[in-house]
Design a protein around this ligand. Structure first.
Ligand code: NI
Length: 166
């Protein structure tokens, strides 16, 4: 299991580097990310959240998608947007509505380096955009206005302080 880095850690603000080696170390990392995501009951986990500055994330949406996306690129987004509540394993305990394109087409590679493309909508489209943002150092709270973001950060800090006291 890997440690999940949380709000305030520098690695969450970094622009990640492309994966160039499709070797066994990559497979080990991806497996560990799946395990960590499952253990935390997440629908997605990006490499910087486990302290690795590489362009890859894993997604698990029960009955829809369970896959690693390596060197992902969103190549098409719908003009139509949707608003839905999001949370993040790196900002545990807080959720907020986020507006995003309703549909995306993404191109990526699997652990072998083989390219694939996915047309996504609904929760999968949202998860893909949320995780892809992580690879550019962007958190879902960065998609909110200043006032909303401050509220989220305060709620998160209050929560983590009270948890530390226990
Ligand atoms: Ni997240």
């Amino acid at each position: 299991m890997l440690d999940i880095f949380t709000l305030g850690e520098e690695v969450l603000k970094e622009k990640c580097q492309p994966v160039t080696k499709f070797d066994n170390a990559l497979k080990v990392l991806v497996d560990a990310m799946f395990e960590t995501m499952d253990d935390a009951d997440g629908v997605g986990l990006a490499a910087p959240q486990v302290g690795v500055e590489l362009r890859l994330f894993v997604i698990n949406i029960h009955g829809v998608e369970r896959r690693a996306y390596i060197n992902p690129q969103i190549i098409e987004t719908s003009i139509e947007t949707e608003i839905a509540e999001e949370g993040c394993l790196s900002i545990p305990g807080v959720w907020h509505d986020v507006q995003r394109p309703a549909r995306v087409t993404i191109q990526a590679q699997d652990v072998e380096g083989k390219a694939f493309q996915v047309k996504a909508e609904g929760l999968l489209a949202r998860a893909i955009q949320h995780e892809n943002d992580h690879l550019n150092g962007v958190l879902f709270i960065d998609r909110l206005n200043d006032e909303e973001r401050e509220k989220m950060v305060k709620a998160y800090e209050k929560r983590s302080k009270s948890r530390r006291k226990k």
